[in-house]
Design a protein around this ligand. Structure first.
Ligand code: AMP
Length: 293
């Protein structure tokens, strides 16, 4: 296997991307903040099946962290990330510095209206402005034919799709299912800095969502009933704090009283220093149609 190439500067990235495109190669991009785990690896494998070259970007984006959030302490291990990209057959790591991405005088940010107002957008003001800006900059730097994102960050995937549609970006967006630990906890770089006690508590996140899914599938349509049932699952203890646990419209993330055909059950809960998010989409109408057929 060829060694993984590391590109640090946007100028070089443009040159390498142009070369690949001139050679007729399809480029796939996996945007990440590093500290790679099996969730990222599954994205690499899925995009590798539909493209000729896999580029993994590793950049902890300061613009998407609010004051007092974990930008400084976010886990980082570049050598380990390189080894993982290599073992998953990735070709190139794009790892720009903060100064490369946001040089002195930088002044351009992207706002996605409405979609970014709810869920994590409400509890992390400015978060999606940072996400939208960095994803757009990564897409223009790497010039991929396809970019892949995880369903774990459901609102992020909605925001990215919106940007690609609204700005007519010539890239296909793929969404990959959430990879979980054996006990159901969604894999996350932030799982690493939980205490063993919080790690044990954290399994309630997925079991609460499963409880909500079962209720919706049994026909419950009152959002408040589903939300109450999910909330009851989460026992608060020292350091455990609910940010939100909710059932919203899966298309635009708006809170609804009566659940429709496509429901996003979503939760964000803080366990000590780690704020974890997870979600399940329940497609009730489609499921019913499938059953009738
Ligand atoms: P991050 O490095 O956490 O910003 O994530 C980079 C990409 O990997 C995003 O598109 C995430 O949605 C995706 N991702 C993170 N964790 C998982 C997971 N457990 N399963 C699937 N995709 C994931």
């Amino acid at each position: 296997m060829e060694p993984v190439r590391v590109v640090r500067h946007v100028r070089d990235m443009h040159r390498v991307a142009d070369r690949m495109r001139m050679d007729g190669l399809r480029i796939g991009l996996v945007p990440t903040m590093g500290y790679l785990h099996e969730g990222h690896a599954s994205l690499m494998r899925q995009i590798g099946r539909v493209t000729d070259r896999t580029v993994v970007s590793v950049f902890v984006n300061p613009a998407q962290f609010g004051p007092g959030e974990d930008f400084e302490t976010y886990p980082r291990d570049f050598e380990r990330d390189l080894a993982m990209v290599h073992s998953e057959g990735g070709d190139l790591v794009y790892a720009p510095s903060t100064a490369e991405m946001y040089p002195d005088g930088y002044a351009t940010y992207l706002e996605v209206e409405r979609l970014a107002d709810h869920l994590c957008g409400a509890s992390r003001p400015g978060h999606f402005r940072g996400v939208a800006t960095v994803v757009t900059k990564l897409l223009t730097a790497v010039k991929p034919h396809v970019a892949i994102f995880g369903q774990k960050d459901a609102q992020q995937t909605g925001v990215v799709r919106r940007i690609v549609a609204d700005l007519n970006l010539d890239v296909e967006v793929m969404i990959a299912p959430t990879v979980r630990e054996a006990d159901g906890l969604a894999k996350s770089s932030r799982n690493r800095y939980m205490t063993p006690r919080h790690r044990r508590c954290a399994t309630v996140l997925y079991s609460a969502l499963q409880e909500g899914r079962d209720l919706v599938q049994e026909g419950e349509r009152r959002a408040s009933a589903v939300i109450d049932a999910m909330r009851r699952r989460v026992t608060l203890g020292p350091g455990v704090e609910v940010d939100y646990i909710t059932a919203v419209d899966a298309e635009d993330f708006r809170p609804v009283e009566a659940l429709g055909d496509s429901v996003l059950l979503a939760a964000a809960v803080r366990f000590g220093e780690s704020r974890l998010i997870d979600n399940i989409v329940v497609e009730t109408e489609r499921r019913a149609v499938k059953e009738i057929r």
